[in-house]
Every structure is written in C-alpha cells, then in structure tokens.
Design a protein around this ligand. Structure first.
Ligand code: FE2
Length: 264
C-alpha cells in the first residue's frame, strides 16, 4: 500500500515530535504493509510556515535515517496545505510542494467547520495551472458532512478526495464513519490514507480500513483507493474518476460567482 498523507517528519508540525518517533511510525507502517509514504506536514500561514525547501531537506534526512536503520519504507516529499486564497499565486511562483513534487496533485485541507466561499475559485485557479487539488478528509468537515452536494460539486469539477483510514474504522467517531461510508458509496472517494501523526491511535495503519473498503466498495476499488490511485498520484499520472452516485444539488453553490468561467 501507498500512504499519501502522513505527518511523519519530526518536529515541523503537530506530527512526530522526534526522530525516534518518526522511526517508530515507519516501523509500524512497514509492519502494516505500507511500502511508500508521502510525508505531508501541515503548511498554515502563521502556524506552520514550512517551505518546500525545508520539507525536501527533512524528507531526505528521514529517508537516510530509515536506510541506516534497515527500515524498508520509501519516504516521498509532499505537504498538506491549509486552504488559503493565495495558494494559486504561491503555486505559480513555484513555492508549493505537490505530491512527490511531481507537479500534478496538491493535498489541500479545508477548515474543519466550513467550506469557504472561495474554495471553488482557488481550486479552479490551481487547475488552470495543471494542478489537481486533493481534498484531505472531507468526512471530518461539518459543511461537507451536512451537505454532500458541496463535495460532489467540487469533485464533478475535477477535485479528488482523500478520506482518512481512521474515519472508516471508527477512530474519528461515529459521525465520521457514517460520512466516510456515504462518500465511498457515492463514488466520490479516490484515496484512503492514514493522516498518521504519531504511534498509538494516530499511527500509520491502513490494513483495517482496507478491509472495510473491500466490504463497502469491493476488492478492485479498495485496491485502487489504497495502491492504484496513490501510485498514479506519486507518478503524476492521470486518475480516472467514476460517476458520482446519488448526486444531490448543493444548497448553496460554491461555484456560483464563477460558474460562467468553468469548463463544461
Ligand atoms: Fe493531515
């Protein structure tokens, strides 16, 4: 399996607090059947101002330490960007780090409580630059949970969706389970990732969620969510998306100001 969302780099966000913890997380991942992990530290203005250079350097350093300790986990560079209106501007300046620095997929986290009005505009301006946003764990966002049509609208305009393994297995609470299952059944999930922050409850474990995914979506789709699509993302290859089932109209259109500019 390939994990495209993790906070395994030590000391640069709220994830691993030391190199020892990073090593312990990597060992858990390998034992769980994860062979590649994208390190995606938070990038939030004023809170976690991690630059692409700092992340690239920290990724290389951790990879070296894993090799020295005979841990056979490949660590690739990435980041989890908080949704901010200036993301397209920073992308154009070459300041952002896409998944595996392959230039095609950007992991973006929305605020937990809402979907800002400018979400559609930011995504569209990223897409104009050939960059596809991957929405991190929408099942934990109150607006998306309440109104799946908001997520459907973004996905139907080309965004992809990553849900968190712990949301399928119950670690994130019963509401997250229900919402994650709904999104999965509706065909608007493209990745399952650990979003690991530590050892213990927030460890890099995907196998339990993989079993759930097989039950909910079948063997082939589960394989796609945990290996096939993540592999395409790290290679910067195109990801095939299916039709969204049970599409409900959004109560308020986040693309409403923008609709006339959108590709049909
Ligand atoms: Fe995260």
């Amino acid at each position: 399996m390939i994990d495209i969302h993790s906070h395994i780099l030590p000391g640069i966000d709220d994830g691993a607090s030391s190199l020892e913890e990073s090593l312990a997380m990597a060992r858990i991942a390998v034992d769980d059947g994860i062979r590649v992990m994208v390190a995606t530290p938070h990038v939030i203005t004023g809170l976690y101002p991690n630059t692409r250079e700092a992340i690239l350097t920290a990724t290389e350093k951790l990879q070296r330490v894993l090799r020295e300790n005979d841990v056979s986990l490949s660590i690739l560079p990435g980041a989890e960007y908080h949704l901010e209106p200036d993301l397209p501007k920073w992308m154009a300046r070459g300041e952002l780090l896409t998944v595996n620095d392959a230039g095609r997929y950007l992991l973006v986290e929305l605020p937990a409580a809402l979907v800002p009005e400018y979400t559609g505009k930011v995504f569209y301006e990223l897409q104009l630059q050939g960059v596809t946003p991957i929405i991190a764990h929408p099942e934990r966002n109150i607006d998306f949970a309440r109104e799946p049509g908001l997520l459907h609208e973004l996905v139907s305009h080309g965004a992809l969706v990553q849900i968190t393994a712990g949301s399928l297995t119950g670690l994130m609470g019963s509401e997250a389970v229900a919402t994650a299952r709904t999104f999965l059944k509706q065909g608007c999930v493209h990745f399952i990732a650990s979003d690991a922050h530590a050892t213990g409850d927030r460890a890099p474990v995907l196998s339990d969620a993989a079993k759930e995914a097989v039950q909910l979506a079948g063997e082939e789709e589960a394989q796609n969510l945990l290996t096939g699509n993540p592999d395409r993302a790290i290679k910067g290859e195109r990801i095939q998306t299916g039709e969204i089932k049970d599409l409900r109209p959004a109560g308020r259109g986040i693309f409403s100001f923008f609709r006339k500019y959108l590709p049909r």
